[in-house]
Ligand binder design. Structure first.
Ligand code: SF4
Length: 284
């Protein structure tokens, strides 16, 4: 067992297609694709551990080429702003959060500003992001805790961050990776869905997913990997209709065929500013 976060040695000879158990994971094999492709999907899903590591890292390299500009899509200039934006992003799109935060950040500049905020006024600022009463409580509580325990600054460790109001493990990893350059894996809804589709793990619990995926990669790769997987989830591998026929990961994905495989149909499902580049990569 490779310890979480340690480099995993990669050696030759991934599992050959002929080694696969044809019955393995049959429930996850999509219908509507060729027999050869079904066989390939099953072979991928039945690979050895070393085969999984090699495939996962190959997919990460493909994603790096697909999304060279992958980044946190929340706007921020300080660790506190990132913490606030991440709290506001619960059950809300990053686009809406980014529309809301400029006026908020102009008025609330420090942890003390949140600690002493007028609740009704703060609620009005963040109302467009939804669940604004709970989020207001989190922001005021966060400001008070930072002032009382950390002189108004964000702490730099996962253990300390997750003890702060409004900050769970996902938010803490976003802060660590993007504000403090401490590698972290962000398991949001996209990340969990995609890594299960890719058979990187079968775990459902986000903490277990974080550990299982972390063990496949070197620690230094965690933050960028998270951004790339989330970009793929937002632009190509959608929850309901993944764009399989126009996906750069099709060769390595055991769930190929979950969505339309016809290239022209799939191309219409690809979104985002990288669309032309992504379609170009698959020859469309
Ligand atoms: S879009 Fe289809 S082929 Fe691409 S990663 Fe998602 S399930 Fe796999």
């Amino acid at each position: 067992m490779v310890p979480y976060g340690e480099a995993v040695p990669v050696s030759p000879a991934p599992a050959a297609a002929g080694d696969a158990d044809p019955a393995a994971d049959s429930a996850a094999v999509p219908t509507g694709i060729s027999t050869a492709r079904k066989r390939k999907n099953r072979a991928i899903a039945a690979e050895t551990r070393i085969g999984l590591v090699r495939r996962a890292r190959r997919m990460n390299r493909t994603l790096a080429a697909a999304f060279p500009d992958a980044h946190c899509e929340l706007d921020f200039t300080t660790p506190l702003e990132l913490a606030v934006a991440t709290i506001l992003s619960a059950q809300c799109t990053d686009v809406r959060v980014n529309l809301t935060t400029p006026t908020l950040f102009a008025k609330y500049r420090s942890a003390n500003d949140y600690a002493q905020a007028n609740r009704v006024e703060l609620e009005e600022f963040i109302r467009p992001t939804g669940f604004y009463r709970n989020k207001t409580s989190s922001l005021i509580g966060l400001g008070q805790a930072l002032v009382e325990k950390y002189d108004g600054d964000l702490p730099h460790t996962l253990d300390e961050l997750v003890k702060l109001p409004g900050i769970g493990r996902k938010t803490a990893n976003v802060i660590l990776g993007n504000a403090f350059d401490v590698p972290g894996i962000t398991v949001d809804t996209h990340f969990g869905r995609l890594v299960r589709r890719w058979k990187w793990t079968d775990e459902e619990d986000p903490v277990k997913v974080e550990h299982a995926v972390g063990a496949l990669f070197e620690r230094k790769d965690w933050t960028m990997l998270s951004h790339r997987v989330i970009f793929e989830g937002r632009r190509v591998c959608h929850a309901r209709k993944p764009a399989c026929g126009a996906c750069v990961l099709a060769d390595d994905c055991p769930s190929f065929g979950l969505g339309p495989t016809d290239p022209a149909v799939a191309a219409k499902l690809v979104k985002g500013p990288e669309r032309d580049h992504l379609l170009n990569m698959v020859g469309l």
